[in-house]
Design a protein around this ligand. Structure first.
Ligand code: TRP
Length: 347
């Protein structure tokens, strides 16, 4: 790992059913960032328990996300793959950040409002504090960049606000402890383009989601070729043929989604895909789409199955990653203790 490279951190929740949206929107981008950055990819199991989880399912899902990272091409030797709960410094820093973040900031978080919805009195305190734990995830590594979806932008802005307030509130102590004028860098969001936003196969206006009751709404990373073929053939479309221009995809959400998926998987602009298929019925396009989805996801799904059948291997990757993550996190946490004025052992 080169010290000259900037550091990327991102997290994925182990809450089940990894699908094409997670792959194109997050995991495949994590893979691509490995050349330019030092990457730390975290299975955020402590975020998962902000809503109730079945313990046995949680264990399985933590390993599944790790397997998806590895199967997709994240290199756990040159970068870091680990699960959050094995590095206690995340929770430790989160507490300090809870004392930096303001209630007014937290009350503006739209994801809490959506997730707690009508029954706010019954939401966990952890769900409310979710964003400060996320800030701690990023700041404990003093990461420079964070690949996230559009829906996480507000959390990243909060992370920057918390980092900045810490830098301001403790400015003199930061200087006195030899860290110059800023301790936490303000992390930059690496937001995915809307063209890679994958929508439900049943409704082109809704995001592809693990919690949609219809399994036909999504392509799971572990679906086999038959399941993929069935789901793509049943995917909702409109009666018009494939248009010639991207503009003509407006107000055709299902057509736009399928063309977008094809383009992203083929790593081509949508214009090129339309040029190839313009005038064809969707049945023709869907056959080609099945082929490319199977070609790209098939090997990843098969490798994931192979990996989850060997939990001892996955666990060893997570333990090794956690050990290496902890070294970085500990340095930050020791510095934070000094800056805040806590007393600690010195060796
Ligand atoms: N909140 C993110 C999500 O639901 C997951 C996450 C937790 C995360 N900690 C993070 C993402 C830190 C980026 C950086 O998608």
């Amino acid at each position: 790992m080169s010290v000259l490279k900037e550091r990327v951190f991102s997290g994925v929740q182990p809450t089940g059913n990894l699908h094409l949206g997670n792959y194109l929107g997050a995991i495949s981008r994590f893979v691509a960032l490995q050349e330019r950055f030092e990457c730390i990819y975290c299975v955020v199991d402590m975020h998962a328990i902000t809503v109730p989880q079945d313990p046995e399912a949680l264990t399985r899902q933590i390993r599944e996300v790790a397997a998806a990272f590895i199967a997709s091409g994240v290199d756990p030797k040159n970068h870091i793959i680990f699960n959050q709960s094995q590095v206690a410094e995340h929770a430790e820093l989160a507490w300090v950040l809870n004392c930096v973040a303001r209630m007014g900031w937290m009350n503006r978080m739209t994801q809490f409002k959506e997730k707690a919805s009508k029954d706010r009195e019954n939401a966990s305190l952890g769900l409310y504090a979710y964003p400060t734990l996320m800030a701690a995830d990023i700041l404990v590594y003093r990461a420079n960049a964070v690949p996230v979806g559009e829906d996480q932008k507000q959390h990243l802005e909060l992370t920057r606000d918390i980092a900045q307030k810490f830098n301001n509130d403790f400015a003199s102590s930061i200087a006195r402890n030899g860290f110059g004028d800023t301790f936490f860098p303000l992390p930059e969001p690496l937001i995915q383009g809307t063209s890679t936003r994958v929508m439900s196969l049943r409704d082109g206006t809704k995001k592809m989601s693990k919690s949609d009751p219809s399994d036909y709404s999504r392509i799971n990373l572990t679906d086999d070729a038959d399941a993929i073929a069935q789901k793509v053939r049943k995917a909702k479309t409109d009666p018009e043929p494939i248009p010639e221009t991207v503009e003509e995809l407006a107000n055709r959400p299902e057509a736009e989604n399928l063309v977008g998926i094809f383009a992203t998987l083929a790593d081509k602009p949508r214009e090129a895909v339309l040029a190839e298929f313009a005038g064809n019925q969707f049945s023709v396009f869907k056959s080609a789409l099945v082929d490319i989805v199977v070609a790209k996801l098939g090997p990843i799904g098969a490798e994931m199955q192979r990996l989850v059948a060997d939990p001892a291997y996955i666990d060893s990757v997570l333990v090794d990653g956690s050990d290496r993550a902890r070294v970085i996190a500990r340095q930050t946490m020791d510095a934070v203790k000094d800056i805040v004025g806590f007393v600690r052992a010195r060796t």
